[in-house]
Structures are given as structure tokens and as C-alpha cells.
Write a new protein. Sequence first.
Length: 393
Amino acid sequence: MRKAKQNGIERLENALVRIIQEKGADSDQPFAINLLLAFLSLVSYIFSCVVSVRGFLYRIGVMRTYPLGVQVISIGNVTAGGTGKTPVTEIFARTLAQEGRKVAILSRGYRRKEAPWWKRMLTGIVEPPLVVSDARRVLLDSETGGDEPYMLASNLPGVAVVVDRNRVKAGRYAIKRLGCDTLILDDGFQYYKLKHSIEVVLVDSTNPFGNGRMLPRGILREPVRHLKRADIIFLTKCRGDVSSVKEEIRRYNDKAEIVECRHQPKSLKDVWSREEYPLSWLEGKTTCTLSGIASPKGFENSLRNLGAKVVWCERYADHHRYASSEILYALNRTADMGADALITTEKDAVRFPRFETTPVKCLYLRIAIEIISGAESFASIINRICFRSSRRT
């Protein structure tokens, strides 16, 4: 029953996703779809008004912005969905730590395990932020701290990761208790409450702004014109000529540095033992995939590009918390199909329950950011954060 319900939801999502993501894809649709789109347009208009009013209240000082006296680098986007934010957060944190900065990543900890809102409101108890990593060791698992905070903490020794809905509180904690002098605000473009020093905005070059409409009728979290606030724009998933996307960005911001980058597979690792395999291992292998991310097609295609034959793909909603039965089903299905391995993403791997033995290999694909144009611009921003003058040759 649960599986049938999930498949029904996925069919509805598939029917709407193209309409929401692409301009002109809403023509010649059935009446029921058009009726739903009309409702979504109304909600989208209301959401747009809320976003505009909220921004206005912050600008005139009715809603307060808090400076913390340290460098605050906001990394975010104007769209919903996978722009590849986590690897960009990772490259900023790692580079700044190597430059001697004491870095903390501040995250909301989306879909982490926590008390329901009504219980927090009734008790009135203000809990301290969760420290996923104190820069020396990882202290919490993904269920408690959140998927992305745990993944960042695992990949970034020497960088603190602090989770709280109130990022001002999290920032103060990182400064006072952990001695941090540089804060990276994960998904911070819409978080006006904390004053930002640098605005880093990500734009997916393969689908920059969807159909140009606000959520839920489109994928925009705020109007594209708000790109004017960006200091540096990372154009992600770049393959081939992206000049048209850059021209569109320049309509809204003609001063920000633009960095072209792509997400490159780095290696394969066993989900539980962390044994590492070279990417060449995939060549000629028959594989199945399991993922719960915003853009699964990119992940699946990357395996094909590495020489794997992908024979079955199991997809769940973004940030899906896996039950043991779901993992076991995918592993058994992979084994029954005679495939060499079940491949998942790094974000999914941190949500897998542990198995002592499995009928087939279960690996995750490790992804890293590769800057293909604009390395000097990235270095310039790093120098600015570190209070150094930037030298151009």
C-alpha cells in the first residue's frame, strides 16, 4: 500500500515537474492539470507578496538584522532544487581553513530529528545549538544533526558545523564557545536575520530559473532580479557553452564575479566500510541506483558517463529517511538482477541504516567541485574574506 501511494505521488510529480521547470511547457495540458496550475499560480502570487513584504521590512529596519562582528559568507540560491550547494560550501570551508581561518558552517539542519514545533512552543525551552562537529571530531549522526551537516562534518576535519533554526544563535555559539572567526551560512541567501559579509549565489547552468515563476508554480524562491545582491555567482554543472546563461545573469547583476564550475566524480566508497574504489572500477560494470535527491537524473547519467551500465533506478523524494526494509529491497533487487553493485549518492549514504552483511556491494559516488573558469575570481573573494589585497596578473 505504501509503495503504491508513493508511486502515485511520483507520477503526479513527474507530470508537473517539466511544467514547473521549463518555459512554455504548460501548453496543451489536460483540464485537471490546468486547474491545478491555476491554483498553484494563486499560491505563487501570495508567496511572491510575502517574499517582497518580508524583504521590505528588513530593508527599512522593522525586522532586525544582527551583525556578529566576524566574516559571514552566505552560500545560497534563488531557486529550489539541486544547484550543487554542498560541494561549493565544502570548497569554501576547506580553502578558508587552509588559509588559517577558524571556520564554522551554520546550518538549519533540514529534516533532522527534533521535537515538534508545538512541543517547543508549549515548553518554552530554548535549547543550545547542536554541534555536529567541534572542528576536532564529529559528535552527532545524520539523523540528529541532519544529512548535509553530518556529511560536511565528516569531510571537513578542522571545520566546525553547528545546527540551529536560529542561525544568529548558532553563530554566537560558534564564536564564543568554539573560537570561530569565519562563519559560512549554508543556504543563507534568504536568511536576512544574520548580516552577511559576502553573498555567494549558485545558478544551475542546465536550468537557471525554471519557467521564471515563483514557488510553487515555478522553482524560484525569490525573483531573479534579486541576483543583484550577489558578490560572486557560481555557475554550476557547466558543460559546453554557457554564454547565454551568463548574459541573462548580467541583466540583473553586471558587477558580480562569475565562476564556472562543474561537479566531478572523485571516487567510489563503500557505504559502511568506507573502502575506496577508483572511478575506473565502474567501467563495464552492471549497476543499480538508489537515490533520494532533488535531481537524480544527473547522478544516474554520471554513472553512465563513467562506463557503468545502469539497469535499474530506485528514486525517493529529496531527503528521504530510509527504512531498513527499503535498503534491503534495493540490495536484493540488485543481486537478483545480477548487477555488480548498488550505487547511491553521498547525501543518501549518510541516511542508510547499518547492515553487517549485504548480498551485493553498496557504494556511494563521491563528488567534488571543479572550477573550470574564474579561479582568479574565487581567489579574489578568498583574499577579501581573509582581509588581503587581491593581486591580478
